[in-house]
Design a protein around this ligand. Structure first.
Ligand SMILES: [Zn+2]
Length: 90
């Protein structure tokens, strides 16, 4: 592994192996596939603030963890967009 910090290591992996990327498609807890779901399907498990604030959700087909584009989404998406550019993904 070349480079010290995680950002440098990430850039190194992308540059050397150019893995096919499929952002926002896998569960971070179990790696199961995420599927878009209607808000009404997940409403019972949402916290009140999340229920009030967000309308688009996905759920893991394996462990049922629910995802939405929360407050940290912009920062994460910037990392994803940089990774897509680094690997030449369309
Ligand atoms: Zn999962």
């Amino acid at each position: 592994m070349r480079g010290a910090g995680p950002e440098r290591q990430f850039a190194d992996i992308l540059g050397r192996f150019a893995p096919p990327l499929a952002p926002w498609s896998r569960c971070t807890a179990c790696n199961g596939l995420l599927c878009a779901v209607r808000k009404t399907e997940v409403e019972p498990v949402l916290q009140p603030g999340t229920r009030r604030t967000y309308d688009a959700f996905a759920r893991c087909g394996s462990c049922q963890k629910v995802y939405w584009r929360g407050a940290h989404f912009g920062r994460l998406d910037a990392i994803v967009q940089a990774a897509l550019l680094a690997t030449g993904a369309p």
